[in-house]
Write a protein that binds this ligand. Structure first.
Ligand code: ADP
Ligand code: MG
Length: 285
């Protein structure tokens, strides 16, 4: 039978918007050695705004509207920002393909259109990528019929309590705080510096996030939490010892896959969950 103290702990957590899907996780969080965070939507608000647009020489004069045609089909936070900026009034699309962690591909007005990050453009053998800025901003490029046409620079905001979350986790003795992101490496780096993360790695595809987690798991005695908002990270949530999902705007799949759901979307709920676990353990044992 489950000791009464666990129900107290689970109840206390749920009043703070932290849903534990079992008393074993209340116990596991007290033994965490490592917390791995997704970036977009987890540590940042996931509400991008477009700060710059640039036309490149080869530009198809209609490239922005072609790009919008693909982005209206996507639910990614970047897609929402671009559609806000470009408008929804655009063309029909066929042969649409969403490449997780990279971008979108489709046929619009008889042209093959790509919208996505530099890694995506590389994979699709687009040339002239040195024209894309290396600045610490999310950069989304567009190519039409194989020619690079232009790019957008977008900015997201760090959540108000992200720094507090990192600070408290360190105070709880968890030194291995890691950020993994599909966004460009410079953007991940900058956030890593802001939060004094042990490591911040960008440019990762969903399966590469998984490979990284599996590598961490091989360290003896490591107990790993992955914290994500669910967009493209259900596999990482499933592979970690404790999968923690932001439940507010997270996907249903993430909420189903996670062991712990944070309904308030606040990263500072992670150290709070650990403190509640530790208090509960003192009562139970
Ligand atoms: P994160 O790991 O930061 O949460 P994702 O794995 O969801 O990010 O996405 C990684 C990157 O893939 C984005 O930063 C963007 O460059 C690109 N990307 C994903 N979806 C789209 C889209 N709909 N349009 C353009 N780029 C996209
Ligand atoms: Mg994400």
């Amino acid at each position: 039978s489950i000791p009464l103290g666990y129900f107290g702990g689970i109840g206390a957590a749920s009043r703070k918007g932290i849903l534990f899907k079992g008393s074993n996780y209340l116990d596991l969080v007290t033994r965490l050695t490592t917390v791995v965070f997704d970036k977009t939507g987890t540590l940042t608000k996931g509400v991008f705004s477009v700060s710059k647009v640039e036309n490149l020489e080869a530009a198809d004069t209609d490239w922005m509207r072609l790009a919008a045609a693909l982005e209206v089909k996507s639910n990614h936070p970047i897609a929402r920002a671009l559609v806000d900026y470009l408008g929804e009034d655009t063309y029909p699309v066929s042969e649409l393909k969403e490449h997780a962690g990279l971008g979108l591909e489709g046929r619009v007005q008889g042209k093959m259109v790509l919208v996505g990050n530099k890694a995506f453009m590389e994979r699709m053998h687009i040339s002239g990528l040195s024209q894309l800025p290396a600045a610490q901003k999310t950069t989304i490029a567009c190519a039409v019929d194989g020619l690079l046409c232009g790019f957008f620079a977008l900015e997201d905001q760090v959540k108000n309590d992200a720094a507090e979350a990192f600070h408290e986790l360190r105070q709880l003795g968890i030194a291995d705080l890691i950020i993994l992101s599909g966004d460009k490496p410079e953007v991940a780096d900058r956030l890593g510096q802001t939060l004094s993360a042990k490591e911040a790695i960008g440019g990762l595809l969903p399966e590469e996030k998984l490979t990284y987690l599996e590598k961490l798991k091989r360290k003896p005695e490591s107990v790993i939490a992955f914290v994500g908002d669910g967009i493209n990270d259900a596999p990482a949530l499933a592979a970690s010892d404790v999968g923690i999902a932001m439940g507010g705007m997270g996907s249903d799949l993430a909420i189903d896959t996670a062991d712990v759901v944070i309904q308030t979307d606040q990263p500072s709920r992670v150290p709070l969950a650990i403190r509640i676990g530790r208090t509960t353990r003192q009562i139970v044992w």
